[in-house]
Design a protein around this ligand. Structure first.
Ligand code: FNR
Length: 421
């Protein structure tokens, strides 16, 4: 199947991720069984069965009628990879560099808030597995574990902090300082979520854990936020619901920021971090991408938040194509939204992204089996990528450009139903 004594393995600069396939095929011989099926449709279904109703709704809800989510998935079908034959891929290399870190693959953990509703250990097992696999981990401001504890779990792994910026500069600075001191060495500001999109299932079930006093730990452990609670006469120990609500209402505050604030944030982050990278997540338009270049932003994440914010929006992958064409040589472009397998990663890279984040895939793994679940999902994705490169004739992730795909017109009406992922 996959010869573990293959002499090329020791010569590779990258781990032979492909051996994870063999490991799973071998399990029955040892009376074991692979943890679960990582086919995304089945994985999602297993997560649904495992989660509470609230956990499931929060993980699966999209904006409005889920049309943006559908578009995200459909866009991947429009591009097809052209395999090559008889290429010596024995020493292929999946690694890449992001913000000065050499990482195992151009794949990272997208920031996802409030992991507590998916698993009782919340962000900790996720950060741990990310560190172990040397894949960047991005912690959300809406995370349900103190920043410092997440850092400890992540160990020496590369890690970034995703900011939801409060309308309270002192609080923002406190978060940035905590993140920097804890080794989060790039800042990613999310700009598409001043407020959660209109998500029917969550609204219909009053599904908002923070208002039940669950998941605000990152904020409740902040000294400036603690001061704010005191000023407002809220005792965190006695009234967790009021404190948690106050926290999340200062994060998803429903009050937009505008471009004028960006120079201040860049200046503060650069001062605190000694010049480390600053990126904006949620960019979909070419005009905004150009503005990022003008404002001196180091990177952008072309993302529509997995289709959870604006219903009926363009596919994030289509946005990537437009943006990469316009500013691909001027700014570091990352991508997310709708990635469900290695071929999707390859397509996004081919269309101009330098790096790809995955969200729901690891949330489902966490939901199904905690730490082991996240590890299984991400090792499977790495193996999927390694094998794809091996069998399709690619030696380096740098080879993924427009020449390796064939793209078809945007005939999305061909796929008419909600693609259940
Ligand atoms: C998110 N996302 C998100 N983004 C962010 O900047 N901060 C956050 O706290 C969250 N929280 C969050 C929760 C859940 C349940 C989901 C599904 C998504 C968006 C996330 O970072 C990323 O953009 C998408 O999840 C990527 O799309 P896929 O891979 O999930 O399809």
């Amino acid at each position: 199947m996959s010869d573990p004594t293959n002499p090329n393995i020791s010569k590779r600069s990258t781990e032979q991720w492909a051996l994870y396939q063999r490991e799973n095929f071998w399990k029955v011989n040892e009376g074991n069984w692979p943890p679960f099926n990582t086919d995304p449709r089945q994985l999602e279904q297993q997560a649904k069965e495992k989660l509470s109703q609230g956990g499931w709704f929060y993980a699966s809800s999209n904006a409005g009628q889920s049309y943006t989510h559908l578009a995200n998935r459909q866009a991947f079908f429009r591009h097809r990879i052209i395999p090559r034959q008889l290429v010596d891929t024995n020493l292929r290399d999946t690694t890449t560099e992001i913000f000065g870190h050499n990482v195992s693959a151009p794949i990272g953990f997208a920031p996802i808030g409030i992991n507590k509703i998916y698993h009782n250990l919340a962000e900790l097992p996720v950060a741990k597995v990310a560190g172990e696999l040397n894949l960047p981990y991005c912690l959300s401001t809406a995370g349900s574990t103190p920043i410092e504890k997440v850092a400890a779990a992540n160990g020496n792994g590369p890690r970034f902090f995703q900011l939801y910026m409060p309308h309270d500069d002192e609080l923002t600075l406190s978060l940035l300082n905590r993140a920097w001191k804890s080794g989060f060495d790039a800042l990613i500001l999310t700009t598409d979520t001043w407020q959660l999109g209109w998500r029917h299932d969550d609204v219909a079930h009053s599904n908002y854990a923070f208002y039940r006093g669950i998941g605000a730990d990152l904020g409740l452990s902040d000294p400036v936020f603690q001061k704010r609670c005191k000023e407002a006469g809220i005792d965190i120990e006695k009234d967790i619901v009021a404190a948690s609500a106050k926290w999340i209402d200062s994060i998803w505050h429903g009050r937009a920021w505008s471009w004028e604030k960006i120079p201040w944030l860049i200046e503060q982050w650069k001062r605190i971090s000694g010049g480390r990278p600053f990126a904006i997540k949620g960019i979909q338009s070419v005009a905004d991408a150009k503005k990022c270049v003008d404002y001196g932003v180091d990177g952008i994440v072309v993302s529509n938040h997995a289709g959870r914010q604006v219903d009926g929006a363009i596919a994030s992958l289509d946005a990537l194509e437009n943006i990469a064409e316009a500013v691909g040589d001027k700014i570091y472009i990352m991508y997310d939204s709708g990635v469900r397998g290695a071929s999707d990663v390859v397509k996004a890279l081919a269309l101009g992204a330098k790096f790809v984040f995955v969200g729901r895939l690891w949330v489902w793994g966490l939901s199904v089996m905690g730490e082991e679940g996240v590890r299984h999902v991400m090792k499977s994705l790495l193996a999927d990528l390694d094998i794809l490169m091996g069998v399709a004739g690619f030696n380096s992730v740098k080879e993924f450009d427009r020449s390796i795909i064939e793209s078809y017109p945007k005939s999305y009406s061909l796929i008419h139903e909600r693609y259940g992922l």
